[in-house]
Write a protein that binds this ligand. Sequence first.
Ligand code: SF4
Ligand code: MSK
Length: 653
Amino acid sequence: MALREAQDVSIDSGVQQLVEKARQERVETAFDRAQKMSPVCGFGSAGVCCRLCLEGPCRIMPNGREPQHGVCGANVDTIVARNFLATLVSGTAPHAEHGREVALALLATAEGKTPFTIKGIDKLLHIAGELGIDTERREINEVAKAVALKALEDFQKQQGTMNWLDIRAQAKARQTWDKLGLTPVNAHLEISRAITRGAMGCDADPLNLLLGAITIGLVDGYAGLHLSSDLQDILFGTPRAVKSRYCMGVLQPHMVNIAVHGHVPMLSEKVVEWARKLNDEAEKAGAEGINVVGVCCTGNELLMRQGVPIASSFSSQELVIVTGAVEAMVVDIQCIMPGIQKVAECYHTKIITTMGDVKIPGATHVEFHPETADQAAEKIVRLAVQNYACRDASRVAIPEETVEAYAGFSVEQILEVLGNLNSEEPLKPLVDAIASGAIRGVAALVGCTNPREKQDVGNITVAKELMKNNVLIVTTGCAAHSLGKHGLMNLSGLDYCGEELRNVLVTLGKAAGLPALPPALHMGSCVDNSRPANLLRAIADYLGVGIRQLPVVGSCPETHSPKAMSIGTYFIACGVDVHVGVNPQISGSDFVTSVLCNDRTAGGVTTDEVFGGKLIYQPDPVKAAQELLDRIDQKRAGLGLPVPQREVADCAG
Ligand code: SF4
Ligand code: MSK
């Protein structure tokens, strides 16, 4: 099979160069493996295969042909709904585990058992107040311990509601969840219940299974996203805008390069610290120093708190190694392709796994625990420095391009900027701009890149189509990497904005002491989708309306991860439409499609009616942007706001 040309793999020229280098050096990457998977299995694509028990595997034939039932009698709606629920469980469990790990790290820190200190004291006191914890005349560590224990209750309590849902959910949205009995009690309990109801011989009612999926989406939102972001801000500080750089060119030809990859900042914060401490050692080893670069969401965490530059998003992670200039790739949890080890074996790069539950055969394992974070980080950095001597200079080729970007816009900082315009009512300037149509709406451009897709096209096209129609973009995850690499997180991105949006961004920028704000505001990692959610809640509460009434949408054009589906379901439950550009594998059931996508052909109730949000599956990013604009305009009209003219759509690149 002829492989895709490099220019058909990505629109990032650095990625294209490295795809060609990999092929010349006979190194296979995910882009090539994705192609070998074609044609994709029709049953899997439609979500109609089931292997829940040993009577199977069973699959349902399309167009009414036999068989129409599994051996146990499950029909296509049950099978597709169960598979959808299982997808969300596999997205939510890692996020919940992320939250729990951070809570344990905060607890150990509060007890003086780790080398970390609490940097976000204001945030700690604020959250403690929200949780009803007495902060008067108490030591900071005592308050932090009380907050950590409250967080851990969200994995233990047997009655009531998760504490983080209590403090973060909008009351109006919550009424619906409570009424339907969907409000989660604790994360582990709900994950266990979801696995149980989806098991063979348990829940066969597709609507009941989909309601269970909403509960799992809420677990993702509150025990995964909000809890993780809040506790990370307590431990490492709330992000503030920083200027940094994107693209493979952030790797340095004459330095020891360490790529940090995964999702949690606990170890990587220490790696950055030890890289600074051991810089002299690198010089003794003949290098010009140590350069730490980010991949995926660990990269996002370090970018926004430390200004660490970003080399790659998910789909091109192996190509970072193909530069031949990486001494160590340090991985923690989630989105780590097992393929990196095979690629690393073709170069001198050491893959260093750090979590007991995330190992890769052949990799070096340096176990991380918060208590011994310094020892682990020092060992990792020393391994990287030692490995510099093994680098083969003749195989080093780093693409030159880098792009400047602003990142790290927390809600706190956005409110601070708005407060410079109106200190009494900081949200008023933003709400006024939305009301007038200068900002038509807000879109969260989030989620992944996917090696089956041409990298960055979906993310960039949706963003540009929305920007030119004056939609303000907030962005997280690997979508943010796409936008950063292609100039939408620096001021050159203003050229893509409609005039009204550009004027607003100039006004806001001046209030922030900059010439303008970039058109895409980077708000962090995957778990930091809590930040746009907090912003929406603040706007809705300010206006006295439900989040479901706001002209806001979410879009994940290059979805790869079940985590993105879980995050999307959380936003749907809050009343926000969510676009995915990659097949969500539900098309085998008209019923499931109807409920989630508000496709009325199969009749019955839909998430749009009940919660105010729906799933939009649209692989064409230009059409997707138009559908998102339709929804924004529909919600504007619902609020009695003017609906501006549209700019003509461009074709996707
Ligand atoms: Fe087949 Fe039913 Fe077993 Fe699924 S649960 S594999 S449909 S028998
Ligand atoms: S890393 S979940 S590819 S955003 Fe958060 Fe990127 Fe998606 Fe992983």
